[in-house]
Write a protein that binds this ligand. Structure first.
Ligand code: SF4
Ligand code: SF4
Length: 289
């Protein structure tokens, strides 16, 4: 970990549980589309009251995102982190993500930059992220076992080819682990999100954690499944609180566990315990002006 990352860790509300009381995050919904299909994801379903990853009231262009950043940072001084976390995958269209991150970095040398991805395309961009001092990266890894992954992922789109079945999971997990290895070599902090899908990957999660420990993953975030109507995994009930606790305890033997995740929308902004979206706070600008 470099000095800059160590200092930023004190102000990151997700990577540092203590910081969440004082520092907030701003998610920019600029990442449209995705290069894989998870069985629990439907980005078309949006409701203003809904709070879960993949949901946003609106997609932003890079220029709109920059305008929002300037307004929010000026008016909400608790924001320490600007991140891209959907609504699709940040590296499905890497040009947009990298343009936004580079422009924010140029204007705000001290802001913490953060990005969240499924990792499929990530290895190609690790050098650039490191140069931009995007010191915090989250990779969603639901399993490293192909037979389980085939029950979670419908397909991946790799080098213009749709791949399904065990081959798809093998490619995805190889690139996820390769990306993490490169990120750690560059000194970045890496969090892995794992969606707990009862009856599918719950018995496999401690094995995943053990392998992630070999890659020096800094933090693991076990996220209870939110069944979304119309998706292939809609009928699976979410894990009980007891199961979540048990899995965190088991996985925590290998990788430190995040226990304060609030499963934010792709346009969330503010302290983690506030339910604001970017567009709520920007409406304030319109009403006040
Ligand atoms: Fe949805 Fe994220 Fe999975 Fe893509 S990687 S299908 S955006 S949950
Ligand atoms: Fe942090 Fe969890 Fe929200 Fe991501 S979804 S910004 S990890 S609290």
């Amino acid at each position: 970990m470099n000095d800059s990352t160590a200092d930023q860790l004190l102000r990151h509300p997700c990577f540092n549980a203590n910081a969440r009381h004082y520092f907030g995050r701003l998610h920019l919904p600029v990442a449209a589309g995705c290069n894989i299909q998870c069985g629990y994801c439907d980005r078309k379903y949006d409701c203003p009251n809904e709070s879960r990853p993949g949901v946003t009231s609106q997609l932003l262009t890079p220029q709109e995102a920059i305008d929002h950043v300037e307004f929010i940072l000026k008016n909400h001084p608790t924001i320490s982190v600007v991140g891209i976390a959907g609504p699709g995958d940040a590296f499905h269209n890497p040009a947009v993500t990298l343009e936004v991150l580079a422009r924010i970095r140029a204007a705000h040398p001290d802001i913490i930059l953060c990005v969240s991805t499924n990792g499929l395309n990530l290895p190609d961009y690790v050098d650039y992220l490191s140069r931009l001092r995007v010191n915090f990266v989250t990779v969603t890894i639901n399993t490293l076992t192909p037979a389980i992954g085939t029950r979670i992922y419908d397909y991946i789109s790799h080098h213009g080819r749709i791949v399904q079945g065990p081959e798809a999971v093998t490619i995805l997990t190889r690139l996820q682990l390769q990306a993490i290895s490169l990120l750690k070599r560059k000194g970045l902090r890496v969090k892995v999100n794992t969606v707990i899908i009862p009856g599918i990957n719950d018995a496999d999660i401690s094995l995943t954690a053990a392998r992630l420990a070999d890659y020096r993953v800094d933090l693991m975030n076990l996220i209870p499944l939110i069944p979304v109507p119309g998706t292939p995994l809609a009928d699976i009930p979410p894990p009980s609180a007891a199961l979540v606790q048990q899995l965190r305890w088991q996985a925590g033997k290998f990788v430190p566990q995040m226990t304060h995740c609030v499963r934010c929308r792709a346009d969330a902004v503010g302290l983690l315990n506030q339910n604001n979206t970017l567009f709520d706070l920007t409406d304030t600008q319109t009403k006040e002006s």
